[in-house]
Design a protein around this ligand. Structure first.
Ligand code: DGY
Length: 326
């Protein structure tokens, strides 16, 4: 097959190997950095397929520049960085990488939950700074996890995996979703409740909804005010789902106890004051960052491209209606 494919940034070789096998040569941005909008526009022109990342803003302007392009394959499960409507209108397929990062992201959600609850980050900094002179009965007191209530906002693949991991902690589980999730209702016995109920009753609130118009600032000042003062909030979905400035205020005033955030509203920038708080854990969007998971994501994104260019439906096409038009 001869086709022109562009990869917007170096990705694990497992994905590049899929492209090598299927199309031989392809173009890749060799620099490990996000391309500017202008660079992206220049590089996508004349490509048959583009393997892009969640940091590439594939808006209508970029899509228009991609004359002849048949697919934008995002190497991520979230695809809020792509204007799917604009792509669909121009008959261009869009694909993502669902499923393969569920466990890694659910694991990181629990890592953040525990780190925030038990104050691991400031406690670690304290030890490293040589301040640990003697065991103390009041040193870094945190929150219990066992037997508490876990609230899951969005019980899809990742939310459900987070719920399943709670069984050893004997937790009560509440969840919100547009549809009932019978699987987690049966085991581990989760109960669907309205969002306000979840916020009022949960000790741990984990956010797992995709970013869309109706989830932008889903939690803000009002919602933080409804949560328990002892509550821990964890977000491994997308930053703008939370009103980050309001969260800084809530964490600063003690309205909620702590937070673990893997994603930020204006990523990679942080809202003023966030980095100065010691009751927040803030890794740089590493939910899916395990070697095996990133290999699978890269393979999956590349396979979506090669499938389409070989005349097959990409296995993870978000807008399959464009395939019917071909
Ligand atoms: C995704 O895939 O959407 C994550 O945010 C990064 O892996």
């Amino acid at each position: 097959m001869t086709a022109k494919v562009f990869v917007t940034r170096p990705i694990p070789d497992a994905g590049l190997e899929v492209l090598r096998q299927a199309i031989g040569k392809f173009d890749i941005n060799p620099d490990d950095r996000v391309l500017t909008k202008q660079e992206l526009i220049e590089r996508v022109e004349g490509c048959d397929g583009v393997l892009c990342l969640l940091t590439d803003n594939v808006d209508a302007e970029v899509i228009d520049a991609a004359t002849g392009c048949r697919i934008f394959a995002n190497c991520a499960v979230g695809y809020n960085n792509i204007d799917v409507e604009a792509a669909t209108a121009r008959g261009i397929a869009v694909s993502n990488t669902p499923g393969v990062l569920t466990d890694a992201t659910a694991d990181l959600t629990w890592a953040l939950l525990m780190a925030a609850a038990r104050r691991i980050v400031p406690a670690d900094a304290y030890t490293r700074a040589g301040k640990y002179k003697a065991w103390g009965p009041m040193l870094f007191l945190g929150a219990d996890i066992t037997g508490r209530t876990l609230g899951i906002i969005g019980a899809g693949r990742i939310g459900s995996a987070v719920a399943r991991r709670s069984t050893g902690f004997e937790m009560k589980i509440l969840y919100t979703d547009t549809h009932p999730n019978e699987t987690i209702e049966n085991d581990p016995g989760a109960k669907k409740v309205p969002l306000d109920t979840l916020l009022q009753e949960a000790d741990f609130v984990c956010v797992h909804v995709p970013l869309a118009d109706d989830t932008h600032h889903l939690l803000g000042r009002r919602e933080f005010g409804m949560m328990k003062k002892s509550a821990v909030l964890v977000n491994t979905s997308r930053g703008p789902v939370l009103d980050e400035a309001a969260l800084v205020a809530a964490l600063r005033s003690g309205e909620i106890f702590a937070a673990g955030l893997d994603v930020f509203e204006d990523e990679p920038s942080l809202k003023p004051g966030l980095a100065q708080l010691d009751n927040v854990v803030i890794p740089p969007h590493i939910g899916s960052a395990t070697i095996a998971t990133r290999n699978k994501m890269a393979e999956m994104a590349a396979t979506n491209i090669t499938a389409l260019l070989n005349g097959h439906a990409p296995p993870n096409c978000i807008n399959p209606e464009v395939l019917d038009q071909k």
